[in-house]
Design a protein around this ligand. Structure first.
Ligand SMILES: NC(=O)c1ccc[n+]([C@@H]2O[C@H](COP(=O)([O-])OP(=O)(O)OC[C@H]3O[C@@H](n4cnc5c(N)ncnc54)[C@H](O)[C@@H]3O)[C@@H](O)[C@H]2O)c1
Ligand SMILES: [Zn+2]
Length: 359
C-alpha cells in the first residue's frame, strides 16, 4: 500500500493506492475524524461489484450507511441527476457533516464531488475511484462538475476530497477499453513530466494491458506522485502549472466533441497527443524519434493514434471554444522531449489544420 500526500494550505489529504484496500476505508476514515452518517454514491455497474465491500467496511467502523445509485455513463453527469441526489440526500436526513463517498469512475467522482460541493453549501467527501482514469486523474485535484448538453464540465466547483482510496484490485473487472482510456492519461503524465515513467510504460505496457496488478499499481502510484505536486502548486488552475496536464487535450477535447463523444476521452487524448507531437515536430521543438516512441506506446495501450474521418473545420471551431483559450489564442501544451513540456501560444491555425488533415 502506498500513501501520497496532497499538501494544500487548507485542504490537505492523502491518496491511498493498493490492491484490496477497500476494506480499510472505514477504519481510515474514522481515523481522520469522521463518524455518523455516510452516503455512498455509485453507478449501476459498480454497485453490484463493490458497494457491499465498501458499505461493510464503513459499517464495521461504526458508520450508518446509505447507498445511492445512478445509471452508469456520462449521460448521468447532469444537473438533473445532481438534483435527484439532493432530494435523496434530504430523504436520508443527510446533514452538513455527513460524509459522501464517490464509488466509481470519473463520472461518479465528478458528479458526487459536485453534489458534495453544493449540498448544504458543502459536505465532506471521499473519492473511491474504481476506473483507471479515475485513479490517475479525476479523483485527484478537486475538480468537480456536471455537463449541460454537449458542454462538458461546464458547471462545477473546485472542491477537494478528504481522502482518495484507489483499490487497484477493482480494476480486475474494468472493461479493456476503459483500461486503455485511463492509460492515455498516464502516458500524458509521463510525456509531460517523467522520462523514467515513460521508459517503464514502454517496457511494461503489455503486462499492464494484461491486467498485471503489480504493474498497474506501480504506474498509478508513479502517476499520482507526479500529479500531487502539480495540484499543490496550482490548486485552482490559476497559474500555468495545471495547464501542463492539458497536453494532448487541446486537439483531444475538440475531436472528442466533434465525434459526438463516440470517441472516449482517453482515445481522443491519444489522438491529441500524437497530433500535438506532430505540431511540435513541425515547429522544430520535438525530434522524430521521441514522437515515434510516444506513438508506439499509445498503440501498445490499445489507443488510436489518428482521428477517424471528422470534419476538420468543426474540429478547428471546437478548439476555439475550449476552456483553455486565453484571450482568443488557442493554447497548446507541446513537448520538447519526453518528460519536458511547455505552453505554446504561437501555434498557427493553418499548421494545426495541416496536421489534422495528414493521412
Ligand atoms: N475531475 C477531473 O479532473 C477529471 C479528469 C478527467 C476526466 N474527468 C471526467 O471523468 C469522466 C470519465 O471517467 P471514466 O473514464 O472513469 O468514466 P466512467 O465513470 O463512465 O467509467 C467508465 C465505465 O466503467 C465502469 N466502471 C468503473 N469502474 C469499474 C470497475 N472497477 N469494474 C467494472 N466497471 C467499472 C463505469 O460504470 C462506466 O461504465 C468524464 O466525465 C470526465 O469528464 C474528470
Ligand atoms: Zn483528460
Amino acid at each position: 500500500m502506498n500513501t501520497i500526500n496532497v499538501a494544500l494550505p487548507h485542504n490537505s489529504y492523502e491518496i491511498k493506492v493498493g490492491a484490496g484496500i477497500l476494506a480499510q476505508a472505514g477504519p481510515w476514515l474514522k481515523g481522520i475524524g469522521f463518524n455518523g452518517k455516510a452516503v455512498i454514491i455509485t453507478d449501476s455497474n459498480v454497485r453490484p461489484l463493490y458497494a457491499d465491500a465498501l458499505s461493510q467496511s464503513l459499517a464495521g467502523a461504526g458508520f450508518s450507511v446509505t447507498l445511492l445509485e445512478v445509471p452508469a455513463g456520462e449521460a448521468a453527469k447532469t444537473l438533473e441527476t445532481a438534483a435527484s441526489l439532493y432530494d435523496r440526500l434530504s430523504e436520508a436526513y443527510a446533514e452538513r457533516s455527513t460524509l459522501i463517498l464517490a464509488l466509481g469512475g470519473g463520472v461518479i467522482g465528478d458528479l458526487a464531488g459536485f453534489v458534495a460541493a453544493t449540498y448544504m453549501r458543502g459536505t465532506p467527501y471521499v473519492q473511491v475511484p474504481t476506473s483507471l482514469l479515475a485513479m490517475v486523474d479525476s479523483s485527484i485535484g478537486g475538480k468537480t462538475a456536471v455537463d449541460r448538453g454537449k458542454l462538458k464540465n461546464i458547471v462545477g466547483a473546485f472542491y477537494q476530497p478528504r481522502m482518495v482510496i484507489g483499490d487497484i484490485a477493482t480494476l480486475k473487472t474494468l472493461p479493456p477499453v476503459e483500461l486503455s482510456n485511463g492509460m492515455a492519461e498516464i502516458i500524458k503524465m509521463a510525456g509531460v513530466y517523467s522520462e523514467p515513467l515513460f521508459d517503464y510504460l514502454e517496457n511494461n505496457m503489455s503486462k499492464a494491458m494484461g491486467m498485471d496488478l503489480a504493474v498497474l499499481e506501480r504506474v498509478t502510484v508513479e502517476n499520482d506522485r507526479l500529479k500531487a505536486p502539480v495540484v499543490e502548486r496550482d490548486e485552482k488552475e490559476t497559474g500555468t502549472e495545471r495547464i501542463m496536464l492539458n497536453y494532448g487535450h487541446t486537439v483531444g477535447h475538440a475531436v472528442e466533441a466533434v465525434s459526438d463523444f463516440a470517441l472516449k476521452h482517453g482515445q481522443a487524448v491519444a489522438i491529441g497527443m500524437v497530433a500535438e507531437n506532430e505540431i511540435a515536430r513541425r515547429m522544430g521543438y520535438l525530434d522524430s524519434a521521441a514522437a515515434k516512441r510516444m506513438e508506439k506506446v499509445i498503440k501498445a495501450a490499445g489507443l488510436p493514434a489518428r482521428p477517424p474521418a471528422l470534419n476538420i473545420k468543426k474540429v478547428m471551431r471546437a478548439m476555439q471554444q475550449d476552456k483553455k483559450v486565453l484571450r482568443g489564442r488557442v493554447r497548446f501544451v507541446l513537448l520538447k522531449s519526453i518528460g519536458e513540456a511547455f505552453i505554446a501560444d504561437n501555434v498557427e491555425p493553418a499548421l494545426v489544420e495541416e496536421v489534422l488533415s495528414r493521412g
